[in-house]
Write a protein that binds this ligand. Sequence first.
Ligand code: ATP
Length: 353
Amino acid sequence: MSVQLVGVNFTYPGAGAGVFDVNLEIQPGELVACIGASGSGKTTLLKMVAGFEFPDRGQVIIDGLDVTRLRPRERQLGVVFQNYALFPLMTATDNVAYPLKVRHVAREERLRRARETLQRVGLAQFADRYPGTLSGGQQQRVALARALVFQPKALLLDEPLSALDAALRPLMRDEIRRLQREHGIAALHITHDQEEALSMADRVAVMEAGRLVQVATPTEIYDRPATRSIAAFVGQANLWDGHSVGGDGVELPLGLLKLPPHDLPERTPVTVLVRPENVVVGPAPDGINEFSCRVTRDRFLGSLRRYDAEIRGGTVLGETSARAVIERIHIPPQNIQLIPAGPHDKPLEEKQP
Ligand SMILES: Nc1ncnc2c1ncn2[C@@H]1O[C@H](COP(=O)(O)OP(=O)(O)OP(=O)(O)O)[C@@H](O)[C@H]1O
């Protein structure tokens, strides 16, 4: 059961904000995570699919059916929100059975199906408990069971894990993926948490100012971001602006950097991306892209160490598991990614490391 958005446009009345020219297809069993800065339109996109708002133009197609003008309930979607939105005066079973009740399923049948779904999310022994007596993770699993109980055509997840503590989140990620794959339904997952998006999703959709600017696998988004702003938004990044000197070089504020051969004409403006883990501590065997440096910030993060290496012309952010004093670094040419300067590039929203 797939979800398709075709040329979807929506502007909030009286405001310039909304979503624009959105085309996206989520295959059965596929999970697409939508990420983007606050206010970029992620929730609005979810509202289009859910039917909480109607597009001004374009179509929403679910399981091959045009649902653009259908109301939320008629779309048969499972929706899970950040705050669970459970009914506090109903037991876990009654909460899960509720969508069946509104669909006029007979009482015995709906209780049977609710218990069965609770069992599937590992909560059989909590069936008669009230939400207030359950932990955050257990409540979230009730919410998930409630979204799955009526065999929805797709699953919409709006920050479903952000209220959970860090230890529980990876478990719930796996749980959601297992259930969603088992049911073979398409899922759209809105999240602020990049690690969650990269680790859970089959594909990641990046939003900027109401538009999908890149939709690709997690590794493609991380390794080959389409624009400078995507590179800055996803993960940690060294981003340097400069220009091509033809052949295999780029001229940057920190000097000439050697790259794998490229065919950009001389003086083409480019942005260079180097992920911190691709900066290597110590001298280069051939002296290529090697810098002497002074470490100005050094943070020990357990399995790795993140440092700022001051070199002539700038600062390089690096990551290493080495514990020794860092006096020289190098950047192997194959670890450098070229991002053509493009019209999409907007002022950066770079994170502080
Ligand atoms: N009801 C509304 N009326 C007018 N503008 C709105 C309304 N709801 C949202 N917006 C605007 O639409 C834009 C997109 O909002 P949306 O909630 O989709 O962003 P988001 O990416 O989900 O943000 P966040 O990550 O902060 O939840 C924002 O500029 C927001 O101010």
